[in-house]
Design a protein around this ligand. Sequence first.
Ligand code: UDP
Length: 324
Amino acid sequence: MKYLITGGAGFVGSHLAEILLAGGHEVFVIDNLSTGSLKNIEHLKENKKFHCVIDTVMNGSVVGDLTYKCDVIFHLAAAVGVRKIIDSPVETIETNVHGTETVLKAAEKEKKIVLIASTSEVYGKSTKDVFNEKDDSIMGSTTKSRWSYACSKAIDEFLALAYLKEKGLPVIITRLFNTVGPRQTGMYGMVIPNFVRQALEGKPITVFGDGSQTRCFTYVTDVVKALIRLSELKPSIGQVFNIGAKEQVTITELAKIIKEKTSSKSEIVYVPYDEAYETGFEDMLRRMPDISKLEKHIGYKPEYNLGRTLDLIIEYFRKNKDFE
Ligand code: UDP
């Protein structure tokens, strides 16, 4: 098979490319290196079946050529990370909305399968214990830029489903819940790379808010395998799937576990949200996926628990001293 991965030099995209190549497939990547990095795909360059184009996903003619060559498109290119979204809201909205529009338009001509990587953020401010694909999105005010990410990804989902309904384009929507693993950078705000770096450098581990907010972290290989399996099954078309783990941890607990696993002397400090992000910042206090649909559809069973996930990330950061 021939696959196109938009955002293929990013954290998730590079793992996806790696696994597809290992399966003997041909992989085309388009990435503008805004949050992705050539370092992420350095080890793939020697493979003759790997092709990389450095360009924006908003370039219609380049995306059109690549789409023509491929059987399936994984659309992962997006502005990601809470820090990035707050610092660059224009780039976030434009990349997410216009980028997806460009990909869908190109794919529509050839009726290629498009899998959209969306996010648990689309559930917005909902305080439900567990999020099911059919749940409502509860969005925050437009004056709070954090929600622009959730809204832009929700528009992506609407647009993809509209392309299916109106133009018969085979699309699949996936909502990723806190995907983590080696090569994820802390530069755009993600908590685990930040905590691990802080712990290894003996710097204060910065817990935002009161630390009682919870997350379910999913190891990137589990996510990528689920993406591939979903793209292979025809009944996935037109469906929305949560992809995540069920193991829940508070951010304070996470800081303590990382401190212990790294034998760090770092102190754990609490930083108010206003200081960490911007005045009036609203966090999601809980974010647990209902993955029963995914379990039923592909027999999904994550292989990596939180302990193993953290061990692998810590090992990665220890080996790669020039991490960001
Ligand atoms: N967080 C934190 N310290 C950091 C970075 C993040 O306490 O240095 C918190 C953040 O406020 C959120 C949680 O960790 O409650 C997860 O943050 P991340 O940006 O990784 O993901 P998301 O907010 O998208 O779930």
